[in-house]
Design a protein around this ligand. Structure first.
Ligand code: HEC
Ligand SMILES: [Cu+2]
Length: 325
């Protein structure tokens, strides 16, 4: 479905997006697949809808035919067994076998091998993303090369989450103690919105992410840059020290510094991301600052406490983080 075709909805939608995300988000396109994996799931869904429609119309047709007064001597001429065995056993069996077969085939295909391997770990209200063979770690932003099959390994750090990028693949749960796999693939470069699809706590709705598909060469350059340790500009050394001394470093890692915390997102290249807190805020210095001052104001129940920084500390920590590209 293309919501953009409706001018009224487009305006309403644009306002909402601008307010909530300050204008940064891909489409959460449920009915328009943008890659072969999603296309297969979509074809299966439509196949089921069509088959179910036929069955429904057929059954209700028989019902109506039985109720409407009229001459049915010709129908009575049919052997009862044709109705009972044909309509009661053979037909349902054929329908069920065909539909289950298609489902099993298409579910099995989601676990096949990929050209690229990415690991996504669900945390209460944010996504950790790791890239096989690279030191890069991002949050809430999954970069992939367009036109390549990307095998995503899915785990959870706490409760059950569910990984869903409708434009690129089906949906699969992330279950504590279990590893699931899903292949995603985008035909073309673009930004595709994803969302946690299993209620996981208070801020479940603000546990969104973006898949950014890039041309393969651009993707490789991006990955190399992300793998490097943080490079703070010399002017923000004070901010770096404060970050390390404050509680921040107990929860966040900034590679190349003493901050090695694991409970929150890796902030090594935080300024290169488009959003803060799983698509809750646009990532610019102003929002970054107010997020650090009081995350609960934007995402109450998020697992980052309000900070007790002086205004000067807040400014220097923000300047430092805003420079980590
Ligand atoms: C108790 C652990 C904890 C502490 C302490 C903490 N954070 Fe966080 N932080 C988190 C968690 C968890 C998130 C993810 C919140 C979410 O999106 O639901 C987060 C998110 C962030 C983000 C957004 C990152 C992104 O990519 O979305 C920034 C920036 C950040 N924290 C900076 C700081 C700073 C600066 C401090 C110190 C003043 C700090 N944090 C202290 C746990 C913590
Ligand atoms: Cu979740």
């Amino acid at each position: 479905m293309e919501p953009h075709r409706h001018p009224g909805r487009r305006a309403g939608r644009a306002t909402v997006v601008a307010l909530v995300l300050a204008g940064c988000s891909g489409d959460h396109a449920v009915l328009s697949p943008k890659g072969p994996e999603a296309a297969r799931t979509s074809a299966l869904g439509w196949g089921m809808i069509v088959a179910a429609t036929f069955v429904t119309v057929f059954v209700f047709g028989l019902l109506v035919a039985a109720l409407v007064p009229g001459d049915r001597r010709r129908l009575r001429g049919l052997d009862d067994r044709v109705f009972l065995i044909g309509g009661g056993i053979v037909l349902p069996l054929v329908v069920i076998v065909v539909l289950s077969g298609a489902t099993i085939w298409s579910t099995a295909a989601t676990g096949r091998r990929g050209d690229e391997q990415i690991e996504v770990i669900g945390h209460q209200y944010w996504w950790e993303v790791r890239y096989r063979g690279s030191r890069a770690v991002t949050a809430n932003e999954i970069h992939i090369p367009a036109g390549r099959r990307v095998r995503v390994t899915l785990r959870s750090d706490d409760v059950i989450h569910s990984f869903w990028v409708p434009a690129l693949a089906g949906k699969i749960d992330m279950i504590p103690g279990r590893t699931n796999h899903l292949v995603i693939e985008a035909d073309h470069p673009g930004t595709y919105r994803g969302q946690c699809a299993e209620f996981c706590g208070m801020q479940h709705a603000r546990m969104a992410f973006e898949v950014i598909a890039q041309p393969p060469a651009a993707y490789q350059r991006w990955l190399q840059a992300q793998a490097l340790p943080a490079t703070a500009d010399p002017g923000s050394i004070a901010g770096q020290q404060e970050f390390q001394q404050e509680t921040c470093s107990g929860c966040h890692t900034i590679r190349g510094t003493e901050a090695v915390g694991k409970r929150g997102p890796d902030l090594t290249h935080v300024a290169s991301r488009r959003t803060i807190a799983a698509l809750t805020l646009a990532n610019d210095p102003r929002h970054l600052k107010s997020w650090i001052a009081d995350p609960q104001r934007y995402k109450s129940g998020a697992l980052m406490p309000p900070s007790e920084l002086t205004p000067a500390e807040l400014t220097s920590i923000t300047d430092y983080l805003a420079g980590l590209r």
